[in-house]
Design a protein around this ligand. Structure first.
Ligand code: ADP
Ligand code: ZN
Length: 659
């Protein structure tokens, strides 16, 4: 259904800013082209002469006659270009494809009669039928004229598209970047809000736009101006495209889309002309939705620091001009998607442009459940399927992950020859899709395996031996494609939005438990802990600078979140000396937690060894198995005191928390 209006010839336009750099660029392009042509010529030449000459060698006419008299010749052919091709008796024994052939030039006006007579006497086959051999003219054409013609063709093509872009307006060809940056059009997307799970706030913001598209006159009559565009902000796969399509579907208007990343690396001018076409097309059929995916690729802040990017700048200018230029009362709404709004050029965000921002968050528990529901609508599910459990296990997953998970599960069920998808299919696909695929082939040395095993059990034990922790659900030392050599999964009992300081401290200790185990058992430090350390540091920093959890600074916030909708990157807003004191505080917090973890493991060294060896054997163990060991050990130690209940594990649900 995608229609590609790119064939529309862009209109002529006066030269624009940025065109002067075309000269530079075209000079470079021409140089590249000439080099390419030369290389091509050489290649064709070599190839041709290799093919045509490898089996032929020239001899003189008298040599030919001598060979003839000596009876060495098997057969002779007279070729079209006055050559005599000679096959010796020796060569005649070879397979035809390997025969090497002598040739000699025929003497002009030679009377062939005596020669053929002599050959008949000597019993040499000859063929007077003229053999079509590649003539020197053909050779010449193939090796010189053809490449030159090719080069000329390419050249004029390029020149034409350049002239057009420079304002010459010859129309026609759109240049080499032609097949990129396609504009897609769907008359009706068929997607509705029912297809978009969760995202209620985003939908709410979009309802008004839908109403506007249904009824632009109503708004125009009262003099209300709707924003021309809205920016959908959220991580990849959260459903921004889906939402935009749903808006078009709900409003029953055509959906035009284009992706910013297609514009990268394109010839100057093509992007701008594509943007122009996009708006023209949309205007023709208004009301319509224009969707610009990955707008950050074109809408990035224009900085001249690195020389800038003419193409992007020109495309952006064109986009701004189009947004300002179109009459919003006609009912064209532009939706753009990005996950990096902070790098967008301020001009794009100015009033009347993308001044409305719609956050498309990662789904929460309910959102994930609904997304799973939407995607399993047409899938046969077995009795044992519990989507709530899957939703619980997939904290952090986006809609696209969940859609993918369901599909993987369905494929698995088919592979297994089952008629319906069961819970195990979903759980296994969860590991494939979200936690990364199991790499059975990766070979670790025995020593490495031992270290990884202790490392993971280190995490798990530090968690399992304490209160305020999330139960461990799985420990594995089977490497995943994500690069982790092993991981420990902890499963939160419910989604939590508040964490106490105690819980965070235990989390820190758990994160550092891997390194603590390596150090305790082997006395070494490995790179395997780098991700743990990074995460621990990040958490400790937040505790000190944001959560007011350090003794030294108490309730003072030292940093602020610069953009809560994104990666949550923070800015320090305190004196430099305070910042370095904060660093010290973070370090103290980390080393304190590390010592606690180490002490815990040292005190439970026997248990650590036991479980690590068990894990080494089985490669993957469940939280239940872990707890069996832990509880047995507690039993031995405390002599009958009941084991704490808060460490019970649920092996069926897992979060992708990898440690
Ligand atoms: P984005 O544009 O944010 O990168 P997409 O809209 O392309 O994400 O989402 C990719 C796919 O993921 C969709 O086609 C859909 O199958 C699934 N998906 C994402 N979010 C949702 C959601 N909220 N509800 C249902 N499916 C979703
Ligand atoms: Zn780890």
């Amino acid at each position: 259904m995608n229609q590609d209006p790119k064939n529309q010839k862009p209109n002529n336009r006066p030269p624009q800013k940025g065109d002067n750099s075309d000269n530079n660029r075209s000079a470079r392009t021409i140089a590249i082209l000439v080099i390419c042509a030369l290389v091509a010529t050489l290649l064709i030449n070599t190839l041709y002469s290799t093919i045509s000459n490898s089996r032929f060698s020239q001899i003189s006419y008298s040599e030919f006659l001598t060979m003839l008299e000596n009876g060495e010749i098997d057969s002779v052919e007279f070729s079209s270009n006055d050559r005599i091709l000679i096959l010796t008796k020796e060569q005649a024994l070879q397979p035809a494809s390997q025969q090497s052939i002598y040739y000699t030039g025929m003497i002009p006006n030679l009377d062939l009669a005596p020669l053929t007579e002599r050959m008949t006497q000597l019993g040499v086959d000859y063929d007077t039928e003229i053999v079509e051999e590649a003539s020197p003219i053909v050779t010449f054409i193939v090796s010189w004229i053809l490449p030159v013609a090719l080069m000329y063709g390419l050249f004029s093509l390029l020149m034409r598209s350049m002239t057009k872009r420079m304002g010459g307006g010859m129309g026609g060809l759109g240049g080499i970047g032609e097949n990129k940056a396609k504009v897609y059009m769907e008359k009706s997307t068929g997607v509705t809000f029912a297809d978009v799970a969760g995202q209620d706030e985003a939908k709410e913001s979009l309802v008004e736009i839908i109403d506007f598209l249904h009824n632009p006159q109503k708004y125009a009559a009262i003099g209300a101006k709707l924003p021309k565009g809205a920016l959908l902000v959220g991580s990849p796969g959260t459903g921004k495209t889906l939402l935009a399509k749903a808006v078009a579907g709900e409003a029953n208007v055509p959906f035009f889309s284009i992706s910013g990343s297609d514009f990268v690396e394109m010839f100057v001018g093509v992007g701008a002309s594509r943007v122009r076409t996009l708006f023209q097309e949309a205007n023709k059929v208004a009301p319509a939705i224009i969707f610009i995916d990955e707008i950050d690729a074109i809408g990035r802040t224009r900085d001249s620091k690195f020389g800038g990017n003419d193409e992007r700048e020109q495309t952006l200018n064109q986009l701004l001009a189009e947004i300002d230029g179109f009459d919003s009362s006609k009912g064209v709404v532009i939706l753009a998607a990005t996950n990096r709004p902070e790098i967008l050029d301020k001009a794009l965000l100015r009033a009347g442009r993308f001044d409305r921002r719609i956050i498309v968050d990662r789904p929460n528990l309910a959102g994930r459940y609904q997304t799973l529901r939407v995607h399993t609508k047409n899938i046969k599910l077995a009795e044992d399927v519990d989507l709530h459990k899957i939703a619980q296990a997939t904290a952090g997953a986006v809609g696209a992950d969940l859609a993918n998970l369901v599909n993987e599960a369905a494929l698995r069920a088919v592979r297994m020859g089952r008629k319906a998808v069961n819970q195990q299919d979903l759980l296994t696909s969860f590991e494939v899709v979200i936690a990364g695929t199991e790499k059975k082939g990766t070979v670790l040395t025995d020593m490495e395996k031992r270290i990884v095993s202790y490392h993971e059990v280190g995490h798990a034990l530090v968690a399992a031996l304490q209160k305020h922790t999330q139960p461990v659900s799985k420990i594995t030392i089977v490497p995943h494609t994500s690069g982790a050599l092993g991981y420990t999964m902890q499963m939160p009992e419910e989604e939590k939005f508040l964490n106490s300081k105690e819980e965070l401290l235990v989390e820190l200790q758990t994160l550092l438990g891997g390194r603590a185990a390596e150090q305790t058992v082997f006395g070494i430090q490995t790179t395997g802990a780098s991700n743990d350390i990074e995460r621990a540091t990040e958490l400790a920093r937040k505790m000190v600078t944001q959560y007011g959890m350090s003794e030294k600074f108490g309730l003072m916030a030292l940093s602020s979140v610069s953009n809560p909708y994104l990666d949550g990157s923070t800015m320090m807003n305190c004196a430099d000396s305070t910042a370095s004191a904060a660093d010290e505080e973070i370090q103290k917090l980390l080393s304190g937690c590390y010592e606690t973890a180490k002490k815990l493991l040292q005190e439970n060294r026997e248990l650590l060894d036991e479980i690590a060896l068990y894990l080494l054997q089985k490669e993957t163990i469940t939280g239940d198995e872990l707890m069996t060991y832990v509880n047995a050990s507690k039993q031995r130690l405390t002599d009958g005191e009941p084991a704490s209940a808060d460490a019970s594990a649920d092996a069926s649900g897992e979060t992708p928390a990898q440690q």
